[in-house]
Design a binder for this molecule. Sequence first.
Ligand code: SF4
Ligand code: SF4
Length: 59
Amino acid sequence: MKVKIDLKKCTGCSKCLESCPFEAIKIVSEKAVIDFDKCQVCGACESSCGRGAITLVDG
Ligand code: SF4
Ligand code: SF4
């Protein structure tokens, strides 16, 4: 599993940054970007995004 950001839905609001216990998300050019070296696939960010831009996908 890995975290996927739908860039069309992401507004860069930063809400997901606060939800991540591993500081694995940053905003680049007003879009959320996952640092896969830090991400532990805990899923906390998925529910934090009110726009449904974050999903956990296979792969
Ligand atoms: S909470 Fe959702 S819309 Fe906001 S920056 Fe994160 S992914 Fe983008
Ligand atoms: S799945 Fe967990 S560790 Fe990975 S970016 Fe989301 S909140 Fe952070």
